[in-house]
Design a protein around this ligand. Structure first.
Ligand code: FES
Length: 257
């Protein structure tokens, strides 16, 4: 190992769409090869320890073989319940035909990645700065895994979102805008989730004022909310215009860097 990177495979060893599990100081790390790039994340589902590399891969989403939680291999972000916390990821580089992972010495006392959270009230939408409580010295990839991957907070409540709101948000990560191919959460369309006795309300934007997929999206958002909290769900379409600045990670659009 040098400069924090360790070789885990030769270029060509992991086929496109494939994965290799390596053990680094007793820690399983799954190295995926998708779209010509490599992605590494801990091979441990944050729900109950399932071996992620043994689950099916659908594009950039890997599904835990135990209970079906899905994670984005690029960021470690949760894309489907029952997991709610992201999987730590590691930076990967290709040097001299070797695939190398930035691996910090495994330390059982290392900080447990926090559950995904929404930015505090007043944070600029789309801000990507490191969390103020991020462990010093954490790798960018690890920070990315523990950073908020979410839409702005519900309602500006000082107490932060509830577990139900977290769970609904995670369910909404499976609702895809069919035109853009990103979830309504990744697009920053979900602006507020209110859970009250007898009613769930989701306030959201549309990417365009007369989006032809709006009725479909609204129905899928309602279904996702009801799948988490079994009570009527309403969707309010906000009149505000959408822009990529509202996305937690505008880079997902592929042209924002
Ligand atoms: S252990 Fe992965 S979904 Fe339960």
């Amino acid at each position: 190992m040098s400069d924090g990177f360790v070789t885990v495979a030769k270029v060509g060893e992991i086929p496109e769409g494939g994965v290799k599990v390596v053990r680094l100081e007793d820690q399983g790390v799954a190295v995926f090869h998708v779209g010509g790039k490599y992605y590494a994340l801990e091979d441990v589902c944050t729900h109950d320890g399932g071996p992620l590399a043994e689950g099916p891969l659908d594009g950039y989403l890997v599904e835990c073989p135990r209970h079906g939680a899905r994670f984005d291999i690029r960021t470690g972000a949760v894309r489907a319940l029952p997991a709610t916390a992201p999987v730590p990821t590691f930076a990967v580089r290709v040097t001299d035909e070797e695939v190398q992972v930035a691996y910090e010495s495994y330390d059982e006392t290392r900080p447990v990645p926090p559950a995904p959270t929404w930015p505090a009230a007043g944070d600029a939408p789309g801000a990507r700065s490191a969390r103020p409580d991020a462990p010093s010295g954490a790798s960018p990839a690890r920070e990315a895994a523990s950073a908020p991957a979410a839409a702005p907070l519900p309602g500006g409540e000082a107490a932060g979102p509830s577990q139900q709101q977290f769970a609904i948000r995670a369910a909404l990560e499976t609702v895809m805008d069919p035109e853009i191919g990103l979830s309504v959460v990744d697009l920053g369309l979900i602006r507020e989730i209110v859970v009250e006795p007898g009613r769930t309300q989701v306030r959201m934007l549309l990417t365009t004022p007369f989006c032809p997929y709006a009725p479909q999206l609204v129905e899928e958002v309602k279904l996702a909310a009801r799948s988490v909290v079994d009570q009527p769900a309403e969707v309010e379409i906000l009149p505000d215009p959408w822009s990529p600045d509202l996305m937690p990670d505008p880079g997902l659009l592929g042209f924002s860097f």
